[in-house]
Design a protein around this ligand. Structure first.
Ligand code: SF4
Ligand code: FES
Length: 282
């Protein structure tokens, strides 16, 4: 397990539970993976991150370092980011060997520098997985996840305009589980954290958020076959239930989605054999 802290950054709180007002600045040493492009070798380079406010986000700290690099005529560190509020899934990186860094349920963009101590050395690397080739420095190509979604992550029910909330009764347990699974932001931390580089938590989340709802039923079993097949095509590894994925997931998606994916896949495979034996089906 990764030893990630519980949410709330306890080191930033007083004994009475109140949040400390951060004073002073921190000086850190960064060991950052630099790689000019997909076809070149990369390596770690050391940078000083001085005068850093504990209230800065991790990405703001990298912005400060990059401004200094640009000022010196050096090439800034390339890293992916967009929303900077834990929604888009762009900002994945390994921080001290942990996907998204030390705070549990937190994307790298939501991590604050008060999670580190003055004088710390911080190791920053890109996701490491065959299916996520490095584009530059900390930026990897996560298109493989998009192709898994393209293979089956849709429904054929006409959507039209929004329906009344109670038009289609759905069990609360199912709607809650579907909503939890739909929180996946496609960041790829589950793959990076998995010793097998498996995308099972991601794929299980996408299958669950559609397969638990009535609108997702027509394609439910075909969807499981197609998305699991695409996962294999993309060179992701198999799941052996280490559980590192759910520890790393910034949306705290439960490994239960993988069990649901396996059940649907197994049922789909049996149905496919039966259809073939009956002389019909795909
Ligand atoms: S399951 Fe979690 S870790 Fe994996 S891609 Fe989705 S949000 Fe990221
Ligand atoms: S930048 Fe969007 S989730 Fe981090």
């Amino acid at each position: 397990m990764t030893g990630r802290e519980a949410p709330g950054h306890p080191e930033a709180r007083s004994a009475d539970g109140s949040v400390n007002v951060s004073r002073g600045t921190m000086n850190l040493t960064l060991q950052v993976w630099r790689q000019a492009g997909p076809a070149t070798d990369g390596g770690l380079k050391e940078y000083a991150a001085t005068g850093i406010s504990p209230d800065m986000s991790f990405l703001e700290m990298l912005d400060v370092v990059n401004e200094r690099l640009i000022g010196q005529g050096d090439i800034p560190i390339a890293f992916d980011h967009d929303c900077r509020e834990g929604i888009c899934g762009s900002c994945g990186m390994m921080i001290n060997g942990v996907a998204h860094g030390p705070s549990r349920g937190t994307a790298a963009c939501q991590l604050h520098m008060r999670s580190f101590k003055d004088g710390d050395t911080v190791l920053i690397e890109p996701w490491r997985a065959r299916a996520f080739p490095v584009i530059k420095d900390l930026v990897v190509d996560r298109g493989a996840l998009d192709r898994i979604v393209q293979s089956g992550g849709f429904i054929s029910a006409p959507t039209g305009s929004a329906q009344d909330g109670n038009a289609i009764p759905i069990r609360k347990e199912d709607s809650d589980s579907a909503m939890d699974a739909a929180a996946c932001i496609g960041c790829g931390a589950c793959v990076a954290a998995c010793p097998n580089s498996s995308a099972s938590l991601f794929t299980g989340a996408k299958l669950s958020h559609l397969g638990l709802l009535p609108q997702g039923q027509p394609e439910r079993y075909r969807r499981a076959l197609k998305m699991v097949a695409q996962m294999d095509i993309e060179s992701f590894g198999g799941c052996t239930f280490f559980g590192e994925c759910q520890e790393a997931c910034p949306k705290e998606i439960s490994i239960d989605v993988i069990s649901r994916m396996n059940r649907d896949y197994l049922k789909a495979a049996v149905m496919q054999v039966e259809e073939r034996q009956a002389g019909g089906g795909e």
